[in-house]
Design a protein around this ligand. Structure first.
Ligand code: ZN
Length: 451
């Protein structure tokens, strides 16, 4: 049991080479530059829609053109998803009628997966939380009205339920639509979208995000007893489509069936002209560069190092990329799976979900080889795309940075503010290094991580 805890000179040298290639060598700032090209050229990448399909083709062709792919060190393939339908946004608008003296367009964006709707002079009732919804619902003040959830920011994990379940819970009291204060830690009049989850047990009603500023304005109007009415128009449709996961890997030289998986989701929302730069174009390109550094150095580890661009995380619809991967690859022997979908400030370590003895070994490997990193947070490794593997017992990891309140990432998440401007080439490189070195070490350490 002590073997793993000895430093191995060959691994140490390879980690030094990975570090040098990223900090001052040919891979420096490459993740940022390649992402910027994709963001600038293809725009937001809504799932299984034309701009995403073009970006997927482009990225696949890029990997095919790598020297390491031409020599056979890297193998790359597209895996077509089974039958899918995607949600396509149409024209949308929200106009404040009463109490404004003249009709006023409000900033808004329809939430993902919503049913269409066209409401004229709908009356708005504002609630601050579930408790107020229930109170007003039981007093029959919701029926036939539009519910506005004006819930103050705490954490994303608390508030995302208002977006996902808000329409259903309002519909249960007879509401006809929902306006959601954007789930965001900060706002400069920026609506943030995201998906809703209809349970099917109540009528599906349309829903749109509005800005923090306007939610508070509607609250003030209600508090002073003004009647609020709006026109709300939300057009959208479901369309059959096609999409692909991209997979690239370096086959292990001794244990090709043992897989170290890393990746991000390549689809995004469509709020602004660059949406999907950070979420999760950056995670996709950072993990891809993590593979490319190892490939460029000509390293073939003992185990297989596999990268994936998952398709369709944001909408989470049936047969999306993570479900496809779990269905067709979930029974393969995964040593660990890492998802990078959290933003890319300077990496300080990893979140880990799995057995304690496995995380102990991860810690020891970091101590031995990656002095830049120190943190391993227990029970914090899961992600939306890796969860199906975690459910099968695969240890999960994610890269983490210092941001105790999640308020950096959620300023921009799913909004028009998600652009290249909020990313930094050096910070992205710190994540390329953290992920590349960690995944390489796990792939090449003589002793495998405990199952
Ligand atoms: Zn994401």
């Amino acid at each position: 049991m002590t073997i793993a805890y000895c430093t191995n000179d060959a691994i140490k040298k390879n980690v030094d080479d990975i570090r040098q290639a990223i900090n001052s060598g040919p891979n420096k700032h490459k993740a940022y530059d390649k992402l910027a090209y994709i963001v600038d050229t293809f725009g937001p990448r809504m799932w299984a829609q034309p701009s995403m399909a073009l970006a997927v083709d482009y990225l696949y062709n890029q990997i095919q053109s790598w020297d390491a792919t031409k020599t056979g060190l890297v193998e790359v393939r597209l895996e077509e998803l089974d039958e899918i339908s995607t949600w396509v946004r149409g024209s949308e608008q929200l106009i404040l009628k009463s109490p404004r003296k003249r009709p006023q367009k409000l900033g808004m964006i329809g939430l993902g997966l919503i049913v269409p709707g066209n409401i004229k002079d709908g009356e708005v009732v504002v609630v601050r939380n579930w408790g107020e919804l229930d109170e007003k619902g039981k007093a029959d003040k919701i029926k036939g009205k539009i519910v506005c959830y004006n819930v103050a920011w705490t954490t994303y994990d608390d508030l995302k339920f208002y977006r996902q379940q808000g329409p259903d819970r309002a519909s249960a009291y007879g509401a006809i639509a929902v306006l959601l204060r954007s789930v965001a830690s900060f706002s400069i009049y920026s609506p943030h979208t995201g998906n809703v989850r209809y349970s099917g047990t109540t009528p599906k009603i349309p829903a749109a995000a509005i800005t923090v500023e306007d939610a508070e304005m509607l609250q003030r109007m209600q508090d002073r007893g003004q009647k609020i009415t709006v026109d709300l128009e939300l057009n959208s449709e479901m369309k059959a489509s096609k999409s692909h996961n991209i997979i690239a890997e370096i086959k292990g030289q001794q244990y090709p069936n043992q897989i170290i998986l890393m990746g991000g989701h390549f689809d995004s929302w469509d709020t602004g002209s660059q949406t999907g730069a950070m979420d999760d174009g950056a995670g996709t390109l950072v993990t891809l560069e993590a593979l490319k550094v190892v490939a460029d150095l000509g390293i073939r580890p003992l185990r297989t190092l596999r990268w994936i661009a998952w398709s369709g995380e944001e909408m989470g619809l049936p047969n999306n990329g993570n479900q496809h991967y779990a269905k067709y690859h979930g029974d393969e022997d995964h040593v660990v799976a890492l998802e990078n979908d959290v933003g890319q400030l300077t990496a300080i370590g990893f979140g880990f979900s799995g057995k304690l003895q496995t995380s102990r070994m991860v810690r020891q490997l970091i101590m031995n080889y990656i002095p830049e990193l120190s943190v391993v947070n227990e029970n914090d490794g899961s992600g939306v795309d890796t969860k199906p593997l975690g459910d099968k017992g695969v240890p999960l990891m994610r890269n983490i940075y210092k941001d105790p309140n999640d308020d950096y990432y959620f300023k921009y998440h799913h909004s028009a503010g998600d652009t290249m401007n909020i990313l930094n080439p050096d910070e992205m490189d710190s994540n390329v290094f953290a992920i590349s070195s960690m995944m390489y070490i796990i792939a090449d350490n003589p002793e495998r991580l405990p199952k």
